[in-house]
Every structure is written in structure tokens, then in C-alpha cells.
Design a protein around this ligand. Sequence first.
Ligand code: HEM
Length: 463
Amino acid sequence: MSIGEKNAAEAHSERGAQLGGRPPGPRGLPFLGNLLDFRRDALRYYSEWSRQYGDIVALRLGTWPAVLLNHSDYVEHVLVKNARNFIKFPFFFRHVREIFGQGLLTSEGELWHRQRRLAAPAFHAQRLAVYGDTTVRFTERMLESWRPGDLRDVHVETTALTMCIAAKALFNAEVKKDVAEIGQAFNAIVEEIAVRLRRPFRILDAVPTPGNIRYVRAVHRIDRLVTKIIRERREEGGDRGDLLSILLLGRDEENQSMSERQLRDEVITLLVAGHETTAIALSWTWYLLAHSPDVDAKLAAELRDVLGGRAPTVSDLPQLTFTQQVVTEALRIYPPAWGFGREALADCEIGGYAIPAGTTIIISPWVLHRDPRYFEHPTEFRPERWSGDFARQLPRFAYIPFGGGPRICIGNRFAMMEMILILATVAQRYRLQWHGRGPVVPLPSITLRPKGGIRVQLAPRAR
Ligand code: HEM
């Protein structure tokens, strides 16, 4: 089927209307539903179910009824056309409340609306130019410690780099000294959340299980850093024009400033959301490049032609078309936000099927991005596919690494700019040669981390 065809959605609708009720789906176990499959290998089962049952699949996650949406039109219906009927995934957010609180990622309603409006100016084009300079400066600083022949885990390196960039760009804070501690704390949090998501029952945060204890300790460590960042800025005073100033100086309609707790939640959310996904996307980009010498050579040629050895700037971005295609394609094959969800507030209909209030809606960029109806040879790394008007012809919600609708990632343009500039800065100097054993397995936790990291050896480029 060619790109743009909506037959599947239409056919499904008709079938739904004929059948009336519940969409088809895999049989579940008593009490557990499909949780065991989800736990064993969510990426594989989501893909299999979409192939087997089609564009909308009924599941049960423990006692929760859920549907997996595998068609661009249905995703658009939930994220945009009928967005008011869906809230973010309470099933998931109850597990991350301790760390994100009521920040932008997790809040709803009027609070979310106000905070999103407040934070938006920090992501306007003029600010992005400043963030671009920070990105290149910090990447060069990282490269000062790199030597030809070094063995590196590029996931570890980029996580430290993007954390420093996010802290500096958004909050004007230097966190180089804290990176190892924060990285460890954040790993503990991600691991515990992955366990919680797969558990068929809920254990309250207050119960002192080893996982809960590690989680709470890790949250405290991150809290300490964030409190330090906020305190230092308060002591400094003034308006630096960055996100932290916007948050500190912002006033609501009643001229009230943000509460300490709200400020903490926003800073943590943006620090975490602002670096983790970007680092993962870059790690997978290098993994793919290390296995695709032709693509890597074409990338190096573009960088030579456009930059001729000098550092990139934001104004080079329009010329770095292939570099952008490389990042776009890597985000397609390994979308860091591999799955996200909503919950229906009221009964509704999707594709002709009745969806009762309270149903969990699962949207998986992993599945959509690998659908052969939208992408020919979907598992192949082919940045050239993004040439010409391919993106314009694609159904709008077939490619959603940053989500869509009102809750689209606030940092999407920042992230794209950052990834292209980091890739351009590093790839001019080094080819990252694969030094791992066997294929790297993607770990579907909150994000799609590469299990065991991405081990590479630094091969200098001929200047
Ligand atoms: C490659 C990098 C990134 C990817 C793949 C990514 C992906 C996403 C996705 C899919 C969502 C929507 C989730 C949903 O609808 O449930 C989201 C939301 C969000 N992202 Fe990103 N993100 C990235 C980088 C960033 C950066 C750099 C920042 C901040 C500097 C950021 C901050 C946020 C925030 C605050 C939200 C919540 C927005 C809202 O609900 O209003 N992200 N991101």
C-alpha cells in the first residue's frame, strides 16, 4: 500500500461499525491480561499485535482495558482532533510523580496550560541561537578529552554532554562536577520505573522495598542539585533571559509567583526531559552510522563541503540537509519516546469501535515508524528517504518522534538543533567505529535506551 492511503483506517472503521463493540486483540491471562507479554518484550508484542490485529488492538494491562493505535488517522484523532477527551497516562504518571511532580510533562488542565504558555518563550528562535553556541562550545570541550584510538561508550558520553548543555542553556548552571552523581541517580530512577511499569500490581511508594528506597534516595540527590541551582540564581537576582529567569519572574493572573514546589517540578522536568531523550537519539544515530559506512562517508562529505573544518553554527543548519536527514531517520528507527499514552475521559469512538471512558490509549512511535505502509523497507537506515517532498506526503501522524497536538514536545526544535550541531561537530573530527559485541538491544523503559551502551573506537578523520 502506498504512502497516504487511508484504506486501512476506512476498512477498519467499517468492520468496527459492523462489529459494534470492542476491537480485536490478543487473548490475555486471568488477572494479568497482556501484562506478561508487555513485560517480556513490549517492542516485539506491539509490532506483532499490530500486524495480526490491525490498526486498533484491544489489550488488557492487568485490570486496565487498553487499545493500541497503529494508524496515523487514529493517532491524530487522539492527539489533535479530539484531544480534549484524553488526558495523559495516569497509569504511567503515578509511577513518576515523586520525580516529576506537577511539571510540564505530567500536569493537566489549567495548570499545564499556564505553565506551557509561561515556558514557551524559552524555546523561541532567538533563544535557540544562544543554545546553539552553548551546544557547540560544550561539544568541543568534550572533544578536548578525546584521543584517536580511545574506546568510549557513546551513550555515557552524550548523556553527560546533553545534561551539561541543558543545565547551561536553560538554567545557566554548570553541572559538570555533578554529572556522574546525577547520572547514577537518574539510572536508579529509570530502572525502578521500568520495574514498576511491568509489575501487575501496585506497591505504594511509602512501602520500604529496596526498589522504593533506591528510588527515593535518587530523587533526593536530584532534588539537592535542583535546589542548589535555584538558590544560586535567587542569590544572584536579576533577569538573565533564560528559562530559569522566566520561571522565577513569571506571574499568574493574580500576580502570584510560582510556588517553590512548582518551580522544583518544572526545573527537574526540563532538566531530565531536556537531556535524556536527546542523548539516546544521538547514541542510536552513532550506532546506525557505525554500521553504515556509505551513509557515514556521505555525512563526512557534507560536513567538509559546508563547514570546511570550522565549527558549525545555527546559521549553517539550512545547509546541513543530509546531517538533518541522518538524525530524522535515526529518530524514526529508534524513537527515544517509543511509546506514550492517554486515558479517555468520556466514552468515544475510534475507527468505528466503542471506546469506554477510562480506556488506556497506547501510541507507539516504534510501531508506526516501522510500518511498511508508511516507510518502504522500514528497518533499513536510509536517510535519503527524507529527500524531496517525502515528509510532506507522509500522513501527518505516521512519524511522531516528538508526539503531536497541544502536548507536542516543547523542546523539539531545540533537540533537533542540538543533535545536528553535536553530530556535525564530532563527525568532522572522528568516525565512531563500532566496538561492541553483537547487536545492541533497545530497552523499552520510559525511553528507549541502548542496553549495555554503545561501545565505539575513535577513528580520526583525514583533515
Ligand atoms: C530527541 C529528543 C526528544 C524527544 C524524542 C522527545 C520526545 C517527546 C515526546 C514524544 C513528548 C510527548 C509525550 C506525550 O505526548 O505524551 C515530549 C514532551 C515533552 N518534552 Fe520532549 N523530547 C525530546 C527532547 C526534549 C527537550 C530537549 C526538552 C526540553 C528542553 C523536552 C521537554 C519536553 C517537555 C517539557 C514535554 C512535555 C510537554 C507538554 O506536555 O506540554 N524534550 N517529548
